[in-house]
Design a protein around this ligand. Sequence first.
Ligand SMILES: Nc1nc2c(c(=O)[nH]1)N[C@H]1C(S)=C(S)[C@@H](COP(=O)(O)O)O[C@H]1N2
Ligand SMILES: [Mo]
Length: 222
Amino acid sequence: MLGMLGAGAAGLAAAPGLQRGWEDFLAAASEVDATGLTGLLPNPGGFRYYSVVGSVPHKDETNYALTVGGLVERPKTYTLDQLRALPRTRVVHDVECTDGWRVEKTPFDGVKLADILDDAGVRSSGAAVRFTCFDGAYSESLTLEQARRPDVLVALTMQDKPITHAHGGPVRLYVAPMYFYKSAKWLSGISVTDKVVPGYWEERGYAVDGWLDGADRRSDAV
Ligand SMILES: Nc1nc2c(c(=O)[nH]1)N[C@H]1C(S)=C(S)[C@@H](COP(=O)(O)O)O[C@H]1N2
Ligand SMILES: [Mo]
C-alpha cells in the first residue's frame, strides 16, 4: 500500500497535469485501503471512491450502452449520445455515505429516471426497478414510486463536469434523498420487475430503503 502511495505521489510530482491519472490512482488505492491511509491523501472534493471489484472497463460514446427492459412495453437501448440529447434536470443535494463522509450541495445533472421509464412504458405488473452495472457485480433497486421521483436521475454530470470513470462515468444513477450506496456507478441496465430485488449491499445487510435522515419521503417531494 505504501509503495502504491509513493508511486502515485511520484507520478503526480513528475506530471502535475495528469489529473485523471491521479484520480484513477486514488480510486484504486481507496478500493484496497484497509488502513484508512487514503483518507489522508488530497481526495478531490471530499469524496471517497468505491468499487466492489478490482478493475472496471472504461466506456465512452463509442461503446457505452444503457439497456432498458423487463416489464415494459418498449424495451430500448440508449447510446451515450442519445441519452445526452434528452431533456436534462439538475439536482443539488448533500451526498452522504454510510461510512460517515458527506459532501454538501453536490450538483448532479442528467435525465430523470421517470422520463426513461415513461419512454419504455411500464406495464401494470411493474412494481420496482433493478439497476445493473458494467463492473459486472454491483446492483441496486428502487420501488417504482421511488424511481419516479423528480430527484432520481440517470446522471451524466457530477459537480457540473462529465462523470469521471472513478465516479462511475460515463453514466451513474443518482438517488438524491438516499444514502450514496443507492447511486449505482457504471450504470448499464434498468429493468422493471414485479417486486424489489435487493441490491449488492442490501444482500449484505444494508437497508433496501436507504433514506437519508430527514429525507422527505413523499413521492412528489423534490
Ligand atoms: N457500481 C458500483 N456503484 C456504487 C458502489 C460500488 O462499489 N460499485 N459503491 C456505492 C457506495 S457505498 C458509495 S458511497 C458510492 C461512492 O461513489 P463515489 O465512488 O463516486 O464516491 O457509490 C455507490 N455506487
Ligand atoms: Mo457508501
